[in-house]
Design a protein around this ligand. Structure first.
Ligand SMILES: [Zn+2]
Length: 330
């Protein structure tokens, strides 16, 4: 399984909706990309089989044998113990992924060294090396999508914690709020994620508040999406603006906590809601200036991510490269 440092690396990002596979040169340049559905309801084995097929397909298209790869890096949603290569706890979007030794499974099927990391941690590493966090030794990333994830870079290295659980910013307690899927109440994810935006907008529509969203959803109030709320807000819709102001407020609380704990040079906001730009992060930047300790708030930059939905594969490739080279500083 040993190949030279100039061999390509294959990276995969597995989420509840799609599997993105990408081939990278040894220097970190993306050479090819493939996206296909995860179909998590078909079960874990089916998803793993689809994942293996995706890897083989992209290699076939480039006339590469798996044995020519230096390593495979996997970014996976859920609680990932990177040291053991095990998906320990499932993401809500991927039920059944409990104690799945994905590293060993892929190593057995493809005979390539395989390294696994949580998807938001991978995104942090990707943004750190190739995106909005370039040049910053200390950085935190919030991924604000359907849920909220996070990743931490300390002294230019990904920080995973004792068992891979570090950076779960979505589950910091920020208020007395609704019950979260993790079992606690008042988690940031319940107040500032895409799902929270939808829940809040639907509740307000249910109470009869006027909004452009009624037209946009063609009467299907329960089907209102966070994207529609964002679009309505851009058009000045008061309900949508109120919902997003609340989202930005709670995200700001999360940022203040992260800035006080980590004193990062950069806070990167990624995920689907990052497309809202200043509407989402402007209020948080203001809150950090007002509430965080000035020794930290005076140096921090709060910016949106640059790699979009490719941050996970960039980070997975970088993680695999680092692990394959014995964690040397490349
Ligand atoms: Zn939670």
């Amino acid at each position: 399984m040993t190949t030279s440092a100039s061999a390509p690396i294959l990276a995969v990002d597995i989420g509840g909706t799609k599997i993105m596979t990408a081939l990278f040169s040894a220097g970190g340049e993306m050479l090819a990309r493939d996206v296909r559905p995860t179909l998590p309801h078909e079960g874990v084995e089916s998803t793993i089989a689809r994942l293996v097929t995706a890897i083989k397909d992209i290699l076939d298209r480039h006339g590469l044998a798996a044995s020519r790869l230096r390593a495979i890096g996997i970014a996976c949603a859920g609680g990932v113990d990177s040291g053991r290569g095990v998906v320990v706890t499932p993401s809500p979007a991927m039920p059944g992924w409990t104690d799945i030794p994905l590293g060993d499974i892929l190593r057995d099927r493809l005979s390539v060294d395989t390294f696994i990391v949580n998807d938001a941690s991978a995104a942090a590493l990707g943004e750190h090396l190739s995106g909005a966090g370039r040049g910053a030794a200390d950085m935190v990333l919030f991924t604000v999508g359907t849920g909220i994830g996070g990743g931490i870079i300390i002294d230019s290295r990904l920080y995973l914690g004792a068992s891979g659980g570090a950076g779960e910013f979505g589950h910091m307690t920020v208020a007395d709020g609704p019950i979260c899927g993790c079992g606690n109440t008042g988690c940031l994810e319940m107040l500032a994620s895409g799902r929270a935006v939808e829940r809040d907008a639907i509740a307000r529509l249910g109470h009869g508040e006027a909004s452009l969203l009624r037209e946009m959803c063609r009467g299907d109030i329960e089907g209102v999406t966070a994207e529609q709320v964002g679009e309505a807000a851009r058009r000045g819709d008061p309900l949508a603006l109120t919902v997003l102001a609340r989202t930005a407020y709670y995200l700001g609380i999360g940022m203040v906590n992260a800035v006080n704990i980590f004193n990062p040079e950069v806070v990167v906001i990624g995920g689907g809601l990052a497309g809202l730009g200043e509407m989402l992060i402007g209020p948080g930047r203001q809150m950090v200036a007002e509430r965080a300790f000035s020794i930290s708030s005076r140096v921090v930059r709060i910016v949106t991510a640059q790699l979009g939905n490719e941050a996970g594969v960039y980070g997975a490739a970088a993680y695999a490269r680092q692990q394959a080279s014995g964690n040397s500083a490349d």
